[in-house]
Design a protein around this ligand. Sequence first.
Ligand code: GAP
Length: 463
Amino acid sequence: MKEQDDKLMEKIISLAKNRGFIFQAGELYGGLSGIYDYGPLGTLLKNNIKNAWIKKFVEDRRDMYLLDSAILMGEKPLTASGHVGGFSDPLVRDEKTGKDYRADHLLEGAGIENSEDMTIDEMSELIHDKKILSPEGNKFGSVREFNLMLRTQLGSSSDSSSTAYLRPETAQGIFVNYKNIIDSMHPKIPFGVAQIGKAYRNEITPRNFIFRLRELEQMEIEYFIHPDDWKKYFDYWKEEMNEWAEMIGLDMNKLHEVEIEGEDKAHYSDRTVDFEFEYPFGQKELYGLAYRTDYDLKKHSEFSKTKLQYTDSKTGEKYIPHVIEPSMGLDRTILALLISVYSEDEINESKRSYLAFNPSMSPYKIAVSPLVKNKEHIVNKANEVFGFLKAEFGNITWDDNGNIGKRYRRQDEIGTPFCVVIDYDTLEEGNENFGTVSVRFRDTAEQERVSIKELKEYFLEKL
Ligand code: GAP
């Protein structure tokens, strides 16, 4: 990682912590690796993304249904989906320290490519032949498969019927509800089911802040289609995903579509295009688009002994629908967005950093301030303005902490696009600015006077 990129990650992580966006989970007790809590501003940002996603992909369409399925899933459906048998990473243990490492990452680090195509025995052989040692300089044992699912027991019995897992992807909750949705909603193909929710993966080496997590959130769509139409809908969803990325303000110059070839594709996919993003630590996956064929419905039909078909009401044709899956990680969206909007410049010879969010993504849309705290008439007027703006726009904040320069800097840092200040002129009859407030813009630091009477309309146009 270049020093500059290193610094950018450090700056983003420290801003996220110091300004209430993202905290290490369990920090008070030493922290849990690969798990983060979203603070007050991080939660607002997350909700802005989720709401925009639901609006674009569900509310603004006629062919989409929402779902909120359980996080805990039984062993059978996850055996059917291939997760119990196959959702694993190749692991190798430092014989002295007992620490585990990803064998494929070690081989990659040693300049050996295509480790994904190797069996675990081949990996073991290579690690020993090439004399690859652990970072502590110790020998490795043999490579073994490590299942990434987090397992738990339901109830008091320990037999396998009470084994459950924290779902590794939200997608399976959609597939196991396919029949319920068909029977209750009677959708016509093509239609989609969209779900936002937590998923869990026992990643061996969680890293890069919220990039590789053990508890993550996904925004997934399973779009059910006639098998003949898969190419058309694959291209269609590729465009939709690009539109989404642009709409929320991701840096499109840093976003790249990458065709995933052969063995690198997940077991269920006949075609995968990853949307990779240039993070400071390298170009890596942000989103995935997969043509899952009828793999999942067929497997669930087989394992549950239930027909999971679709009957075309016009032609009478019966078939198992095929699926196009746009899958978007919420945490990675937040990371890519923070990287996209983080900016630094100099105003009046003083350095500042700011988050140049689209206003729709900003945690707070407006900050309202009385210029001074000790003049009752100014504070009262500011409260009045705050009250009617809050009633209209919801997420606006009151800021009377420190001097006005410090308030501007603080609001810039958290990405508030507008600061409204009520000052002496606002209340001085005969003054040319009587009845107006100052509105300051985050990105340019310029200001203009706006009449209080027109303030609501003014922001309705801008937000
Ligand atoms: N249903 C398909 C699926 O789960 P995936 O590529 O394994 O496919 C989909 O995951 C998306 O979930 C990724 O593109 C990424 O945005 C996010 N994701 C996956 N693993 C993650 C992790 N360990 N931490 C954070 N986000 C992750």
